[in-house]
Design a binder for this molecule. Sequence first.
Ligand code: ZN
Ligand code: ZN
Length: 123
Amino acid sequence: MFLIMTVTEKSEQLDFHQVTECENCGRVGAVEVFMIYRCFCLFFLPVWKFDRRYYAKMNCCGAAREIPRETGEAIRRGEEVFLDPAMFRNLPVSHYKECPVCGYRTEEDFDYCPKCGNPLTRG
Ligand SMILES: [Zn+2]
Ligand SMILES: [Zn+2]
């Protein structure tokens, strides 16, 4: 029998809730925080996580930024953390379209949602 060890990169959304006026696109959006890490997996079960990095992303326009590791770990521990929305200033806006009915998002130039057929609105 072989031991199957693989290294994979994974991301995990952390439990973080902050709604703020976005300094990048001017709309009100929620800040989402992700942890990106690599892990050794044994039979697809993560056994060791390493190389953790943390990103914050505005869900309104997709502006994303790496945040300091200490901040990310504090969020992961469930501490009260406030992220300054000024860090999202002047970042590229992703031009996705979103389905108002099912929430499907795409960057393709579709006019109708491929999932439920409703007209897409520009995100
Ligand atoms: Zn925004
Ligand atoms: Zn849809």
